[in-house]
Design a protein around this ligand. Sequence first.
Ligand code: SF4
Ligand code: SF4
Length: 509
Amino acid sequence: MNLIDKIFKFNGGINAETKKNISTSMAVEKIEIPKKLILPLRQHIGNMPKIKVSTGDYVLKGQLIAEADGNVSAAIHAPTSGEIKSIEKLLIPHPSGLPDYCIVIAPDMKDQWIKKSSIDWKKIGLDQTIKLLLNSGIVGLGGAAFPSHLKLGLNRTNKIDTLIVNAAECEPYITCDDMLMREKSEELMKGIQLVQELLGAKETIIGIEDNKPEALDKINFYINKKSSITAKVVPTIYPSGDAKRLIYLINGIKIPKQKRAAEYGIQMFNVATIIAIYRFINFGEPSLSRIVTITGNLHKPRNYEVLFGTSLKDLIKKSGGQINKNNTFIMGGPMMGFKLPSIDISVTKTMNCVISAEQDMIEEKNEPLPCIRCSKCAEACPVELQPQELFWFSKSDQFEKAQNYNLFDCIECGCCSYVCPSNIPLVQFYRYAKSEIIADNIAKEEAGIARDRNDFRILRLEREKKERAERNAKRKLESSSNDKSKLIEEKRAEIAAALGRINKDEKIK
Ligand code: SF4
Ligand code: SF4
C-alpha cells in the first residue's frame, strides 16, 4: 500500500447519523435578489472593517462598502447595486442575540457591476496579488471565517509543499460543500490549480469523506495520473473535517498543540473558499455570495445560492416552513453549531447551514447523572484529552488544573458529551471553564495595566516634584547671586561716589 492509499486513523471520533441526504435530493437553487440586504460588519475573525459609504449613497455590485482594517480583517462589498438605506445596529447571527453594526442596502434590481478586471498575478507578483486579496472580502467559507489572504502568504515565512483541500464536511446535516463539488467541480479544479500555484506547493490532496460518491466522481473526472492533484477518501467519522484531524488522516502528520500546519509545509483551504479565490483572480469578483444548507424539520430542505445579506426567514419560508412547529433553529451542525436566538437575521459568510431542529434535538435529555468513570469520553476524544478530568476540574473551579490537563486544546467537538452514558453536558463545562479563565486573564491584564498606570503616575509626580524643587533651588540661587551682584554694584557705586567726593575736596584745597 502506498502513502496515498493509507489512512492514518486518529483517536476516537464518533459515527453519528449523518442525515445529509435530506438536503441533497434537489439541485442548488439560486435565489433572486431580495428587496433588502442586511450586511453585518462582523462576519470574520479579526478587526471590524471600516465603513466607506453613507446613508443615501448609490452603490454598484461588487463595490467596496467596508474596507479591511489592518491585515487581520476582511472587507465587505455590495452584493448587488442599490441604495445604502441605513447603517445601524441590527440582530446578527450570534448566540448572544445581541445586535451589531450592519449596512442595509435597498437593491435597485438592475444588478449593475463595478468595472471588473482579472488579475494577472504572475505579472504583478505574489505580494501585490495578496495585497489585492486583502480587500477581496474572502474568508474561510467552511465556517472558520479566517481571512484568506493571510493563509495565502502575507508575511509568509514557511515554505508550503502541500495544499490540502478540505472537502470532508464531516458534521451531520451540512451538505453545501458536497453540492458545490457536484455542481461546480470544473471551477473547483481550476481553483485548486491556481491556489496550489499561488502557494508554490508541489502537490494537492483533496480530503473527502466516503459518503460523497457523486462529488468524488466529479472530482476524479478531472484528475489524471500525471496530475499533482490527488483525492484521498477518508472514512465518514466525525470530526474528520477538523484541520489537524484531516491532516493526520491524510498524511499521518500530527501537528503538535500551539503549532500551525504551515510550519509543517501544509496549508489547508475549504472547497468554497478555493472557488471564491478563483473567481476573484480570474474575474475580479469579490466575495458576494455563498451556498447555504437549509435543512432539518422543514417541508423542502435544500441548498440555496444566496447573496450575503439575504433574509434567513425568507429562506426558511422558501423551504416550506417547519413540519413540526417548534421555532428552534441551529446555525452550523448539530455537534458544533449554536441555537439561533432569532431567525430575523441575514445570511453571512460564516452561515454554512441552518437546521430547523428535529424533535429529538430539542427534547430535554435526561437529568445528568454522576460520572461513573467509564472512560468512554476519553476513548471518543480525537484530541486525546482526558475529558472526565477536565469535567471534574471545570466543575470544581480548579481552573489551573484544567489548564494543566490542556483544556485549551479542546476543539469543543462534542464527541465526549455525545458518548457519555451519564448525559453530562461536558462541553458546556469546558466552555464555562475557558470563559472563566479568559475573563480572569483579562481582569489580571487590566489590573496589571492599572497598576502600571498607577506606578507610572507616582513616578511622574515624583519626577515633577523633583524638577520643581530643582527649578526653585536654581531660581533661588540665581536670585541670591543677583542680590549679591546688586549689592556689590551698589557698594562699587558708593565707593566711586566717595572717591569722587575726596578728589573734588582735594581739588578745592
Ligand atoms: S463518559 Fe461520562 S460517565 Fe464516563 S467517564 Fe466520561 S464523563 Fe464520566
Ligand atoms: S469536546 Fe474537547 S474534550 Fe470533548 S471530545 Fe472534543 S476535544 Fe475532546
